[in-house]
Ligand binder design. Sequence first.
Ligand code: AGP
Length: 603
Amino acid sequence: MCGIIGHVGEGNAIDALLTGLENLEYRGYDSAGVAVQNGSGIEIRKRSGRLSELKTSLLGEQLEGEVGIGHTRWSTHGPPTDENAHPHTGATDDVAVVHNGIVENYAELRERLREHGHEFTSDTDTEVIPHLIGQYVAEGMATEAAFRRAVGELEGSYAVAAMVSDERAIYAARQGSPLVVGVEDEGVFLASDVPAFLEYTDTVAYLEDGDVAVIHPGGIELTDLAGRSVTRELRTVDWDPEQTAKGTYDHFMLKEIHEQPTALAQTVEGRVDRRSGAATLAEFEPGDFAGIDRVQLIACGTSYHAALYGSLLLNDAGVDSRALLANEYGDRSPPVDEGTLVIAVTQSGETADTLSALRRATAAGARTLTVTNVVGSTATRIADDRILIRAGPEIGVAATKTFSSQAVVLALLADRIARDRGDDSPLGPTLVSALKTLPRQIERVLSSTDAGAIARRYHGSRSYFFIGRGLGYPVALEGALKFKEITYEHAEGFAAGELKHGPLALVTPETPVFAVFTGEEDARTLKSAEEAATRGAPIVALCPADHRATAVADAHLEIPDAPPETAGLLANVGLQLVSYHAADLLERPIDKPRNLAKSVTVE
Ligand code: AGP
């Protein structure tokens, strides 16, 4: 995790660095720091806590430099203290380094450096990097050679940026953690992610594993670790800086919940044939999936819930499919062969657990495909094929619009795979017609005040349970994840029928049960809700206005009439709003929940 920013160019780098860190704070917010160099030395300022702490400490200070690096941290080695904040320096203050990733052999490197007299002031794995660079420079190497040698000795994952006191340059390298370069007239940016510098430039080049970049005011030299020249395509990203700003919303999460109608329209655009009622997905040649016998979907967190949604639809379409947690996908995962398609579902395209599962699937001989929101992310480069969900940038740590867009892309894929195989896919016509009305139906859920009223009514409960059947099951899991993630209250999701096999013991009048009705065997879901109601639990029904569950429920969150394929997505939007309002009542830091980060780049 962690966010890295760097800038080399004309004028003072500090504003660009602080803006970049603000836009990267979603990657971690345990501490923040900057280092600038003005030709006569390196100045470092760093603070534990949010970026605002660092900014306050800089007020009234004339910190200046045309070359600078910055970092926002999600702690892995050592607690979030000032000492452990990045940038880190070596034996002297002539080298400063920021790092995202984990140096697995840091203990061994520290021991070796100690034998040369190096002393360490932090608990971090990162601190060995500036010490190594400094050591090699002291032995007579030029900075670039010293940097190459130092990163060549690191085991694990890294995106590293380093600067030295007497050069107008940043040295950078990546292995397993993302780095992207942004080019503008006045200089060059380096960052973990594009939103860091989107206000300044939309011209970017994604670095790849093994790349080493030397960034000067006039440009970039790109090589591999051995020093051979490499080229990376410069491309224009079509994200608008406005999309990465909160606008009139109090939180990014609320903005992103409200963006779902537009995001879904973008997701679907040009991907369906409305006349024949089929998913087209022109990214793939006709018959491309003809040889697929089974599909495994791998993902974590919210993306796993979208994967589960997708696997149920694949099964409905006649394709043998299962969703698996990426972090459990290892030696004991189900067998793969050349007829197996492994789909990595990952909003960021950088989740280490998912990338590692994807690599295992490739090594085992499966065909791979990634469903992601981020152009040029690592997952898009290591999978055989890719589909972008086109949801636009998602900044809130809690994933919202990307869940909906992922689920819709997977639904389209299910139809397309089944058709290519020659299966009689029953999915297409219903799905295509449901997707046409989905954005408008989401608008209706968004305009209702039900969710806020329900959050207030059940504020202060002991626990919150979410139940659903069929496509309502992943929605129940996602509803609970969202609730616990941003409210810090206890919440669990269950398959409705499982309630009676254990969880019912937890049910009391202080445990509201949110029941998701998608039109799939609703009578059985209602029976499960009634079993909870009999034990005194308040029932909140997510269903259409005329649904019979409203007669049993204590509260009703109205979901427009829709087929199961999209009813679950509508219910999910309702649950996102309930979680948001509940967290707001509790005054939680909604966009940056404690201990979490948007993109989990460590295993
Ligand atoms: C969702 O609200 C969480 N922030 C988290 O579960 C997330 O979905 C998970 O870490 C996977 O991320 P990815 O989609 O970027 O791979």
